[in-house]
Design a protein around this ligand. Sequence first.
Ligand code: SF4
Length: 346
Amino acid sequence: MATNVNKVLLSQPRGFCAGVEMAIKALGWMVRVFEAPVYCYHEIVHNQLVVERFKKLGVVFVDDINEVPFGYPLMLSAHGSAPEVVKQAQEKGGVVINAVCPLVTKVHHEVKVRAKNGYKIIYVGHKGHDEALGTVAVAPESIELVERVEEVSNIEKTSQPIALLSQTTLAQREWSEILDEANKQFGTVWTAGKSDLCFATTNRQGALEQVAIRSDAVIVIGSPNSSNTLALEKLAKESGCKNVYRIDGPDELPLDLEGIVGVTAGASAPQELIDGVIEKLNPLDGIEVVDVTIEDEYFPPPRELRDLVKILSGLLSLGIGKHIDSSKILGQDRNLNASEVIQTLA
Ligand code: SF4
């Protein structure tokens, strides 16, 4: 037990974002409506506990649509899928629900429009990450992916206009360094407003910046393949904090922590992991919430799921001879909390 911790600075916002809430609740619906197995293309979100819990309920995660048998229900993950993958999924003959975050869809749209208008697109993202793979595949002939600022100078000069787009979950500094370098190399490049970094990414980073400068150690809760979690870890280190630990959950918490400990969590880390870490830290002087903004974004269930609920309530109405209002069922979604869904599924 880590008993020498005086105080916890709890970064706010932290944990589940609106996109992750939507995707988890949607898969929660699917496992209730369909008999196992339900298939999911890529991890629904990059968090070990979430994925394991759905596996226990009969969700089979695949990285290739060819592994999905014909006619089985299939969900496409929150990170967004390549157009070819969406087409292949639809040809499988089963119900397909696309849980892509609307903010990733927005970037896909920007790629489509810029490519159509003759731009060369520099896409800042992590090679091999599901979101980057899906976005690049929207217009592979027009995109060049860069991960580090040094790579910008390797891009071949062109007479085409240049657009700079990015993965939604990068560290703010990672993005702005590359933007400065691209402007230097190519003149003014086109970007979408400020950047493609989503509100959840920037809010969590903004709060952690305040926490990290006051902390003797920082705990970032989230899985190693979660891009926004790694961005939080990077930011805490860059803020000058000497002891930064990324952990999946309470079991990995170092036991020799002392003084003031900052705690945050990536956008795919459930509340029960955060609660478990705080319980184990057991700070002598309690918890101070460092709150930089109120996040009240809500993304409704994917369109295909709303249609499915309408059909099912129609059928049920016929069976019992009483009207069942699908809008009421769907209306309850806003008050449902994905962390609770995860706990109920345990
Ligand atoms: S981190 Fe941002 S882009 Fe990713 S699911 Fe959450 S809101 Fe959407």
